[in-house]
Design a protein around this ligand. Structure first.
Ligand SMILES: Cc1ncc(C[n+]2csc(CCOP(=O)(O)OP(=O)(O)O)c2C)c(N)n1
Ligand SMILES: [Mg+2]
Length: 889
């Protein structure tokens, strides 16, 4: 059955009667009663067998009608002038930069479309952190950075030099401004990295939820602070953007406001040329349960809409697609008269007394202070659900034919004299012709009413924004002895490093100083990692508490949900869990308190699945521990190809401030976690950790005396071989270190080849140190030349060296240039598969026999042993020399 159009009315008289009835109900009993009756009518009709398709859309007009609008509380003419100066300077900094070289890039059109949306926020809504208030958190759209810098310039926070060094951070580390919001590069300014499209929306959602978590747990006082996220309409196509929109409804996050700049264009062209992005987004957000506020039409449309008694204007508004709306702004008033109003003679008549310019000036909602203010005001006062504001704007607004609604506008970085003249005209700034070509930056006189207004507004809201703070107090980290039980030999008791980690976590949550700061995060894998004991111990965070008796209430370790619960159980949602990790890991900057996130997940679903979030965590200077659980391509046995990770350490090494370890023993893990906490939460270093933990059970030895430093540096001598001239040096990490130890035993016993065995806790940390030392040496040829740690730890040993791990070979290969001799690396290159650990280690050629054969062969290559011994060993260990290479299998 086709849907009847809401504009084709078979019986207007009957319709009028129904409307009058509802109107009288609204007047007499209120909108609530009217809503109830309508719902009952719909329900009744459905139950009578009619097919009523669900239509989660309202008409293509503003949600807030003119009659409901409040007066604008600001001085529009002053604000317009301030905005004009910001617009000019934002454009000028991009033009300047590109005049030096088009290498630098930059964007004008995105901010040009959203200036008013930011100005209304800056002048009326967004509080800065101060003694009185923790401040609102604004996720600014990445590409509008020039506009934000231009405002900071007017305020005197940035200098003209700063603007001149836009995108030149190397040329001037002090003055350079980063292209986009990067806390890493501008740690006092930017709070939230947003430019990788789609990450901002999710990070904002989880930030808003984390605020409630901190409040409910009594870690920060309850406040009315809000999280605002500014997003592009094109950006909403990223799966992450809408991927988490049901959570804030479930969590009743009325501290969250999305503002989507619907300028109808993305980079290449229209977002929905053949449809209407605002209606599409409205339906999705309404369906999810958000408070949706559409700001489509500016005030100049109000009189026309008031005259639209027959609904023809609304009909055309609804029937036009975005591709056409783009044309109306790109092609001018005459075009709009013909192709928009021209659809009905009555409409054409309606605008007959308007000039083409008047028609072209019919403004869009997102460029109208009053409309935007009313939408923001509705958002901050809405209770019980998040709000999304859909603002319709013009991409490249005020750029004239050089950018306004043009498909090329996103890439427009250079404006010629004619274009600058047009821009000058549009912003009404008096710049003499002879100066125009230089597009000079414009300041407002310090004693002007605009400057007074600008300052007064921000002072009233607590100071300038954006600003990032990081003066949270350090935490008192427990000493290593706290984990003494893990530093001792476990005797016959066998357990995995994952279990060792859970023990450490359990000890930490009990710590009197930092127990409450610990934030365990899991994506529906707590049982996988043996953490279910913690459900009861510290509770699972739930804003609703627990409204039911858990199925396992009679068990010791029942599923306890609690408003004060400490565990963030994110469900099967690695992206969301990472966003929680970032919120917790940056609490020192956003909540003035150091929180200690431990996010444990299947190692395969970390760097590989949500690597860009981890990159953003690095940019954000998040602190905390990522734990790649059940790691290792041959250790996770049965799970097979999709689960068996042997490359997360490679990916981890790509993130400069991510410190990664692949420990074997409980004591190594304890040393690493204790020192990591010291670095991040006592010394407040801006690093975060990636630790792989495994699920193979084995006994753990006591920590060798004095091993701490080597564990942290990434390599230490675990076991010295006996006496003997023909010898090898072995190294390994994770569970494969145990294969290495077995190999050492075989080599010594069966072949009389003693082996020194090193535990390689981190090839990447060892490499970083060595590279750093060499770089310093290279640049200081006259200074005493330092010796990389790896050279020190290997001392005067000569080859061969054999390394084996449960990772791709390239992980161990990272240290090749500092290994003083022949270096043979074994690893798990290739797709994983299901089988037992023994079978898998044989398949990937990292079991003890392969390590023995590799060692013998290396000795033979050095002439220290004959090839016959190698051949015999291959035979003895039943290794099929013609077995296909696992890489290609
Ligand atoms: C993940 C990701 N993919 C692609 C880009 C490149 N990119 C930058 S801006 C842009 C278009 C943005 O369009 P929209 O979200 O509508 O923002 P507008 O500039 O129109 O406000 C694209 C594709 C990016 N920054 N991030
Ligand atoms: Mg857009």
């Amino acid at each position: 059955m086709s849907e009847p159009s809401r504009f084709d009315d078979l019986d207007p008289e009957e319709t009028r009667e129904w409307l009058e009835s509802i109107d009288s109900v609204i007047k007499a009993q209120g909108a609530g009663r009217a809503h109830f009756l309508l719902e009952r009518l719909i329900d009744f009709t459905r139950r009578s067998g009619a097919y009523l398709p669900f239509k989660p859309n309202t008409a293509y007009v503003n949600t807030i009608s003119p009659g409901q609008e409040q007066e604008y509380p600001g001085d529009r003419s002053i604000e317009r002038r301030i905005e004009a100066f910001i617009r000019w300077n934002a454009m000028a900094m991009v033009v300047h930069t590109n005049r030096q070289s088009s290498e630098y890039g930059g964007h004008i059109a995105s901010y040009a479309s959203s200036a008013t949306m930011y100005e209304v926020g800056f002048n009326h809504f967004w509080r800065a952190p101060s003694e009185k208030h923790p401040g609102d958190m604004v996720y600014i759209q990445g590409h509008v950075a020039p506009g934000i810098y231009a405002r900071a310039y007017l305020e005197g926070r940035l200098s003209e030099e700063n603007l001149r060094y836009f995108r030149q951070e190397v040329a001037s580390p002090e003055k350079g401004l980063s292209s986009y919001p990067h806390p890493w590069l501008m740690p006092d300014f930017w709070q939230f990295p947003t430019v990788s499209m789609g990450l901002g929306p999710m990070m904002a959602i989880y930030q808003a939820r984390f605020q409630r978590y901190l409040e409910n747990r009594g870690i920060v006082p309850e406040t009315d602070r809000k999280v605002w996220a500014f997003l592009g309409d094109g950006e909403m196509d990223e799966p992450e953007s809408m991927g988490a929109i049901t959570m804030p409804v479930r969590e009743k996050l009325d501290n969250l406001v999305f503002v989507i700049n619907c300028n109808l264009q993305r980079l290449d062209g229209p977002v929905r040329g053949n449809g209407k992005i605002i209606q599409e987004l409205e339906a999705a957000f309404l369906g999810a349960g958000w408070n949706v506020v559409k700001v489509i039409w500016g005030s100049r449309w109000d009189p026309l809409l008031a005259k639209d008694t027959k609904g023809l204007l609304r009909r055309v508004m609804e029937e036009c697609v975005d591709g056409e709306y783009q044309n109306f702004k790109a092609k001018g008033g005459a075009y709009t008269r013909e192709n928009f109003f021209g659809k009905y003679p009555e409409l054409k008549e309606m605008v007959a007394n308007m000039s083409d310019d008047d028609i072209w000036r019919l403004n869009r909602g997102g460029h109208d202070y009053k409309k935007v203010w009313n939408a923001y005001n509705a958002a901050v006062n809405h209770k019980g659900a998040p709000t999304v504001i859909l603002c319709k704007t013009v991409k490249g607004f005020m750029m004239g034919k050089w950018g306004e609604s043009q498909n090329i506008t996103h890439q427009q970085k250079k404006l010629d004299d004619e274009a600058l003249k047009e821009f000058r005209k549009r912003v009404h700034i008096n710049i003499p012709d002879e100066q125009l070509a230089k597009s000079p930056f414009q300041r407002l006189p310090e004693d002007s009413e605009e400057m007074k207004y600008l300052r007064e507004r921000r002072e009233r809201l607590g100071g300038p924004l954006p600003q990032r703070r990081s003066n949270a107090p350090s935490l008192t980290i427990p000493p290593l002895e706290t984990f003494d039980s893990l530093l001792q030999s476990s005797g016959d008791r066998e357990f995995s490093t994952t279990m060792a980690f859970v023990r450490i976590l359990q000890m930490l949550v009990k710590d009197k100083n930092i127990g409450k700061n610990v934030v365990p995060i899991v994506p529906d894998e707590a049982r996988t990692f043996g953490m279910e004991g913690m459900f009861r111990q510290v509770g699972i965070y739930s804003s609703a508490g627990q409204l039911y008796t858990p199925q396992d209430a009679d068990q010791l370790m029942f599923y306890k949900e609690d408003k004060k619960g400490q565990i963030l159980e994110e469900g099967i949602n690695e992206g969301g869990a990472l966003a929680s990790f970032i919120a917790a890991g940056t609490a020192y900057a956003n909540n003035n308190v150091n929180m200690i996130p431990f996010y444990i997940y299947y190692s395969m679903f970390g760097f590989q699945r949500v690597g860009d979030f981890i990159w953003a965590a690095g940019d954000s200077q998040a602190r905390g521990f990522l734990l790649g659980g059940t790691s290792g391509r041959t250790t996770l046995a049965g799970e097979g190809l999709q689960h068996q990770d042997g490359h997360s350490h490679l990916a981890a090494s790509t993130i400069p401030n991510c410190v990664a370890y692949d420990p074997t023993y409980a004591y190594e893990l304890a040393v690493i976690i204790q020192d990591g906490m010291r670095r991040m939460f006592a010394d407040q270093e801006d690093v975060f950790y990636y630790l792989s933990v495994m699920n193979e059970n084995y006994a753990h030895p006591a920590m060798p005396k004095g091993a701490e430093a080597g564990i942290l540096k990434g390599m230490y001598l675990l076991q010295a071989g006996g006496k003997g001239k023909v010898r090898v040096n072995l190294m390994g990490s994770g569970t494969i270190l145990r294969e290495v130890l077995k190999a050492a035993e075989i080599l010594e016993k069966d072949y009389g080849v003693p082996a020194d065995v090193f535990s390689a806790t981190s090839f990447s940390e060892a490499r970083r140190e060595a590279l750093d030392v060499e770089r310093t040496n290279m640049l200081h040829p006259d200074a005493p030349q330092a010796v990389p740690y790896l050279r020190q730890v290997f001392g005067d040993r000569t080859g061969p060296f054999i390394a084996a791990t449960d990772n791709m070979r390239i992980v161990a290969d990272q240290i090749r240039q500092w290994v003083p001799g022949r270096f043979v690396v074994l690893g798990t290159d290739g797709y994983g598969r299901s089988d037992s650990r023994a079978q898998l280690r044989r398949h990937f050629e990292v079991d003890a026999p392969h390590i023995v054969v590799a060692s013998l062969r290396a000795l033979a290559d050095e002439g220290k042993l004959d090839m016959a011994t190698v051949k015999a060993a291959i035979k003895k260990f039943n290794i099929d020399p013609d077995k296909p290479n696992p890489v290609t299998q």
